[in-house]
Design a protein around this ligand. Structure first.
Ligand SMILES: Cc1ncc(COP(=O)(O)O)c(C=O)c1O
Length: 422
């Protein structure tokens, strides 16, 4: 293969005859359940496919309680409410994630306190958590980012020592394992997403999961208008607190159910492609390999190629424009990756400390020393400036051919970084 980059007029690494397939694959099993759903007469959140989905996902993941929701963000808000976070209580979370990992805390008038990540795994750094704990801390919300489990043992030990709840944001991690245990079963409760980008995909949707009946009761109240008596005595149509409407409807639940029944198969397939890609790009100069280990194996969610910051330093260029140039070059080679620019404390809502107007919830509730100065999160900043992703290139029904072609594009670009204009 010519080493001249396609962006500089060379031949693209990815053969244009290779077809990349759309995600998720669907077949007659999906059509059967969706048709069944529209041909019966309870389309609400109490419909038969919602009930079935609830039971099957609880059993699949190994939780006592499961509530199917309309999205992962709603499930995470239910976690925050379920853990008893009150206005002004602090919840520790990672500086690097999708916005919902922090907005779910503000939704309950809690105050997010960010902690920097570990460079290799891109997860909250357990060694930095204790310094962020105050007498107002109620919970630690960890994110199993990019489909790999966080290092849960030290996190659970810190939580136990300080009497804190642990919320798992497992939105990207259905099927990810920590020392053989499924994520979502290790902390006190968890939120999953099944949106379009997720490895368990039904368009939109999610799950609240817990083994704790009390947490489940509080979460369920928030999910349904808060008209449920605290002791879960059934509905009496009285609003006991501020509630929302977070449940899913029967039709999307039917699609989710058919996808769930194939999830072990699609996860295994995605993982196999992921490892094929990872093996092919291994050892490529200036490419930082993505983390996955025997104790914390990927569920195949995404392969995130990152440039080694040492290369940018030696060349005297900033990471962010270098990554933008790499993303453009990959696109020209036929493997489109986009930059994932999600440094949470840098978002406007935190910089302004204003979510609901009049500075709420910070004005009346937060300790004045709570700071969202992004300089406190240098590792997260480097991750944001180097991350690129495209979750679909290696997902089923794509196979080794597509994963291999993607790897070839990555190798070519990273082997010729000096040829990129930055
Ligand atoms: C880490 C993480 N948390 C939360 C969410 C929110 O999920 P949803 O889009 O279903 O609300 C997502 C997905 O967008 C996510 O990737």
């Amino acid at each position: 293969m010519s080493s001249k980059l396609a962006i500089n007029g060379g031949t693209p690494a990815v053969d244009p005859n290779i077809a990349f397939h759309k995600w998720p694959p669907t077949d007659e099993s999906d059509e059967k359940l969706v048709l069944e759903a529209i041909r019966q007469d309870n389309h609400s959140g109490g419909g038969p496919h919602v009930v079935q989905l609830r039971e099957e996902f609880a059993a699949w993941n190994g939780n006592d309680f499961c509530i199917p929701t309309n999205c992962g963000t709603a499930a995470l808000h239910m976690c925050v409410a379920g853990c008893g976070v009150a206005a002004g209580d602090e919840v520790i979370t990672t500086a690097l994630s999708w916005t919902s990992s922090a907005s779910c805390i503000i939704h309950h008038s809690g105050i997010p306190v960010f902690v920097d990540v570990d460079w290799e795994t891109m997860h909250i750094d357990p060694a930095k958590i204790e310094a962020a704990i105050s007498d107002r801390t109620r919970a630690i919300l960890v994110v199993h980012y990019w489909g790999v489990a966080c290092d849960m043992d030290p996190i659970m030990a810190i939580a136990e020592k300080h009497g804190l709840k642990v919320i798992e944001d497992a939105c990207q991690a259905p099927g990810s394992l920590y020392k053989g245990r499924k994520v979502g079963t290790i902390g006190h409760c968890a939120g999953f997403s099944i949106n379009q980008n997720k490895n368990f995909c039904a368009g939109e949707g999610g799950f609240f999961m817990t083994n704790d009946e009390e947490i489940c009761g509080k979460a369920r109240a928030v999910m349904s208008f808060s008209d449920i008596r605290p002791a879960d005595a059934g509905r009496d149509y009285h609003q006991y607190g501020l509630g929302y409407k977070y449940g899913t409807a029967n039709l999307p639940a039917a699609f989710a159910l058919s996808q769930l029944r194939k999830l072990d198969h699609t996860n295994a397939w995605a993982r196999e492609n992921w490892h094929h890609l990872a093996d092919l790009v291994k050892g490529t100069p200036n490419l930082f390999p993505m983390y996955s280990s025997d104790d914390r194996p990927t569920n195949g969610y995404a392969y995130v190629p990152r440039v080694d910051p040492a290369y940018a330093k030696a060349r005297g260029v900033a990471l962010q424009p270098l990554t933008a140039a790499i993303a453009n070059a990959l696109k020209a080679e036929g493997a489109p990756f986009s930059q994932a620019r999600w440094l949470l404390p840098g978002h406007g809502v935190f910089q302004a400390k204003n979510a609901f107007g009049n500075g709420a919830p910070w004005t009346h509730h937060a300790r004045p020393e709570i700071s969202y100065d992004t300089a406190q999160f240098p590792v997260s900043k480097d991750c944001v400036d180097t991350c690129m992703w495209n979750a679909n290139l290696h997902r089923p029904p794509n196979g080794k051919e597509q994963a291999g072609a993607t790897a070839a594009a990555i190798c070519k670009v990273f082997e010729n970084l000096d040829d990129l204009t930055v």
